[in-house]
Every structure is written in C-alpha cells, then in structure tokens.
Design a protein around this ligand. Structure first.
Ligand code: SF4
Length: 232
C-alpha cells in the first residue's frame, strides 16, 4: 500500500491496516490512529483492513481519519489515484458521497484483488495466493472482513515468485486465509498441491539441465497453518 500511495503522489499519507480478529485488535487500531495523528499532525491518516471493512463508520467518525478504504479497494491503484486528486481536501471528500468511506460489499468480490508484485527485502518473502473464506465458524469474523474465498491465478503467483527470487529471496511463504480451498474458484482440479507442483516443477528441470537461474532454482516453499484456527 505504501507503494500505491506513493505512486499516486500521496507521500503525506499514513496507512493503518487494521485487524478485526478480536475486539482488542480493533481497539488497538483506533489507538494507533490517534497516536499517529498526535505524533504527525500533518499526515492524512487512511484506515483500511478488516476492522475498517467490518465497521467503516466507526473509523470515519474519528476526527483523525481522512479516509476509510475497504479490503478490496485498498490494493487497487485507481483507489489511490482517486485520493490523489483530492489530496488537499482529503478529509471526508475522498469519495463522491463526501463521507471519506470507500468500502464496498466484500461478499460481492469474486476475484482476489490485484496485489502489486511483492518486493524481496529479506531472505524470506510472502506471496498471497488466496484470500477470504467460505466457512462460517460461529466465533469468527474473518469472512466478513475478507469476503468469499478467492484464489490468485497460478500465473500471477509464479510471476511474483520469479520476481522475488530475482530480487534475492531464498524462501517464499504462500499465504492465505483458507489455503486448503485454493483453486476451487478458478478451475476444476486446481488445488494447492497442484500449485506447489507447478512452482517446484521448473526447479527439478533446471537443476538437471543447468538452465539460467529461474523461478524455482532455489526457493523453499513452506506451509503455515494457525494451530488454533479450526473449521467448524
Ligand atoms: S475456517 Fe478459519 S477463517 Fe474461516 S470462518 Fe472458520 S475460523 Fe474463520
């Protein structure tokens, strides 16, 4: 998001990417907004993330907040370009309604929002391959923040991993809300296992034939499943 904001000429924006997984997380997001504005009063504070998606009015009502962006909107360059046009009067004027809220119906989103290709700043890098969840565990708010299960097409995943490896990453972590659901919305038979096989396939070939460095000449793909989150 920093790149998107900068690319739209919004160098003076601070983004708070909020979490809604517990009430405490939402409270901490609001505290972060207040602290940011207190320490950097000239900055326009834009709030996004799951807490903003679930309750945009709560954040829009805060005097410190210039705009509230939904989870689908936040990764779209046009959203930030729209903010750029109104930078001088950003507060409450970031959208046609004048409320400062740009939060759509996340349940209506049918494809994974276009994340900019990640940059490798470290040895280990993350690539989001899936978002959202079609389950409805009674205690869990995540589907209302992230929407339905959507997968990133394999060609996009491979493009991003190639870019990361070329930038120095040596370990790539595939991330998602419900990774086991990967591919179901894209095509019959596409699964997380097939995706991993596709990623690792060139690795085996290249090691044997001595091709120039390519997508999977070195990466290690790891899986991480939150131990406490279980399906209902
Ligand atoms: S499967 Fe996980 S993310 Fe989905 S509703 Fe259940 S706890 Fe939440």
């Amino acid at each position: 998001m920093r790149d998107l904001a900068t690319g739209a000429g919004l160098g003076n924006v601070a983004v708070v990417n909020s979490c809604a997984v517990t009430a405490e997380a939402g409270k901490q997001a609001r505290q972060a907004v207040r602290r940011l504005k207190r320490e950097q009063p000239d900055r326009h504070v834009v709030v996004t993330g799951c807490a903003a998606q679930v309750d945009p009015n709560l954040f829009a009502a805060m005097p410190e907040v210039a705009a509230v962006l939904g989870n689908d909107e936040k990764t779209r360059p046009e959203t930030w370009r729209g903010l750029s046009l109104r930078e001088t009067t950003l507060r409450r004027l970031a959208d046609a309604s004048g409320t400062g809220i740009q939060v759509g119906d996340i349940m209506a989103a049918r494809d994974a929002a276009p994340y900019p290709a990640p940059r490798a700043a470290q040895v280990r890098a993350s690539v989001q391959v899936q978002t959202g969840c079609d389950h409805r565990c009674t205690f869990c708010i995540i589907p209302f923040g992230r929407g339905r299960s959507r997968s990133t097409p394999p060609e996009t995943v491979i493009r991003d991993i190639r870019s990361l490896v070329e930038s120095g990453a040596r370990e790539v972590v595939l991330t998602g809300v419900d990774l086991t659901d990967y591919g179901r919305d894209l095509s019959d038979g596409l699964t997380l296992g097939r995706l991993v096989k596709t990623i690792l396939g060139p690795c085996r070939t290249c090691r044997g034939c001595g091709c120039p460095r390519s997508i999977a000449s070195r990466p290690i793909v790891t899986f991480s499943t939150p131990s406490r989150a279980r399906r209902g």
